[in-house]
Design a binder for this molecule. Structure first.
Ligand code: ASP
Length: 478
């Protein structure tokens, strides 16, 4: 007999079915034993009556919550009084004729049938595979899947090509600290995990791809922040050639408007078209550069998207945040590949602090959910920016490949990179970004389940010519 998914049992009244899944809850009423069986598609009540099968009843007596079982039985309509309208299968139940334990389960460290957000982060993440059995978590991951799938189909329909770029690469500065990976073959040298695929996507444009996207993992070695997952996160990375800023804004606006209408029709977008506000106005009116434009902040279904434009190209650096060791006054406010507005190019020589960039940030309900820009495609301007942010010759050399590529016919190009985790969190109505990530790092930037980060063997270190120079009292065992 083939397995029937629980959601399909509602069309099988009076038929015999084979169900496989977990025991959500077992209730022993002496004579009758009830098992709520759960699979990926739903939940159904199974009744084990010793008069129907003494054997099944004996097996059911052994069963505890979260055992993995398979059972055969007949789908019966429930009596009037037993109907449970909260459940999709609430008008039927299975009368069990055969029952088998596939695998037992220890008592769980926390109850997965109620809201697990009340359980401590440490325990939830240590047993994340159990937390994922929770209905809300499944729903969130499904929503995330649907969002990614929607984006893929939408962009494929617009002739975009999805391309994977390297994970082992060279530092791409986005203003955070890099994760480094030592090279065994070239001792003393390091790969960096990409803070974003910024340089690759621009090089793809030099490569004539014209329309690229990727659901890209990005790695930034930062302390945990409220609305960002620590360590790594995903963004919809997108780049186009022969476009102006307007094209990028329009595409993003249409994509997300259609996505919201299709996947979360209960949400309403406050403004259409999305308001556009300059950086200066945003600072003056809202005191920040990611304004919350919701009309009613108590309404969980309101989505107030808004664009922030005309950012200053540079921010003044303080002693602490000198950009990657560059020693000068200016740091890029987005990144160093963002083009200045054409009318502001002369200001680069006279008053760089006044130059505005072709940067666009996307804010949603007071959260920055993405940013991007039109890029510099003139190697001379690119070099000038490097000089202004105080790059030494050596620092400039690290980007020679960009300057060189730009000597071979580079199209005007630009793009954006909205955060997937951030967007899905808001669509799912969750407070924390970790609720929409299957295996997030904890707030203290580690994985209590895998036990990472962890130390490595002396042999591994030796091969890499690495000596850990750490006083004993500083070593943290996790
Ligand atoms: N690479 C940028 C970021 O990660 C996005 C972009 O400029 O397209 O913020």
């Amino acid at each position: 007999m083939n397995r029937t998914l629980i959601k399909d049992t509602i069309n099988k009244t009076e038929q015999e079915v084979l169900i496989k899944g977990w025991v959500n809850i077992r209730r022993d009423h002496g004579k009758l034993i009830f098992l709520d069986i759960r699979d990926r598609s739903g939940l159904i009540q199974a009744v084990i009556n010793p008069k129907v099968s003494a054997e099944a009843h004996a097996v059911a007596s052994e069963i505890r919550n979260e055992y993995v079982v398979e059972l055969i039985g007949k789908i019966n309509p429930r009596g009037e009084k037993q109907i449970n309208l909260d459940l999709e299968t609430g008008k039927i139940e299975i009368e069990v004729t055969g029952l088998k334990i596939i695998n037992g389960a220890k008592p769980l460290p926390f109850d997965i049938t109620s809201d697990t957000r009340t359980v401590s982060e440490e325990i939830r993440l240590k047993y994340r595979y159990l937390d994922l059995r929770n209905e809300r978590m499944k729903k969130n991951l499904k929503l995330r899947h649907n969002v990614i799938q929607f984006i893929r189909n939408y962009l494929m329909g617009l002739d975009f090509t999805e391309i994977q770029t390297p994970i082992l690469t060279k530092s791409t500065p986005e203003g955070a600290r890099d994760y480094l990976v030592p090279s065994r073959i070239y001792p003393g040298n390091f790969f960096a995990l990409p803070q974003s695929p910024q340089q690759y996507k621009q090089l793809l444009m030099v490569g004539g791809i014209e329309r690229y996207f990727q659901i890209a993992p990005c790695f930034r070695d930062e302390d945990a922040r409220a609305d960002r997952s620590p360590g790594e996160f995903y963004q919809l990375d997108l780049e186009m050639s022969f476009v102006e800023q307007e094209d990028i804004l329009e595409l993003t606006e249409k994509l997300f408007t259609d996505l919201v209408k299709t996947l979360t029709p209960e949400k309403h977008i406050t403004f259409s078209p999305w308001p556009r506000i300059t950086h200066k106005e945003a600072k003056a009116k809202f005191g920040n550069d990611k304004p919350d434009m919701r009309k009613d902040k108590n309404d969980p279904n309101e989505l107030a998207f808004c664009w922030v434009l005309d950012f200053p190209l540079f921010t003044e650096q303080t002693e602490e945040d000198f950009f990657h060791g560059a020693g000068d006054k200016w740091g890029p406010s987005h990144h160093m590949f963002t083009a200045p507005k054409s009318e502001d190019i002369p200001l680069l020589d006279t008053d760089p602090g006044k130059a505005r960039g072709l940067q666009h940030d996307l804010a949603l309900n007071g959260v920055e959910i993405g940013g991007g820009s039109i890029r510099i495609h003139d190697p001379k301007i690119q070099e000038k920016i490097f000089d202004l942010i105080g790059f030494t010759k050596k620092q400039k050399q690290r980007f020679n490949h960009m300057l060189e590529a730009f000597e071979y016919g580079v199209p005007p190009h630009g793009g954006i990179a909205p955060g997937i985790d951030r967007l899905v969190r808001i669509l799912a109505g969750e407070e924390k970004i970790s609720e929409v990530i299957a295996f997030p790092l904890s707030g203290s930037v580690r994985d209590p389940m895998m036990g990472s980060p962890s130390d490595v063997s002396d042999k591994q270190l030796k091969e890499l010519h690495i000596k850990v120079d750490l006083p004993k009292e500083k070593k943290i065992d996790i």
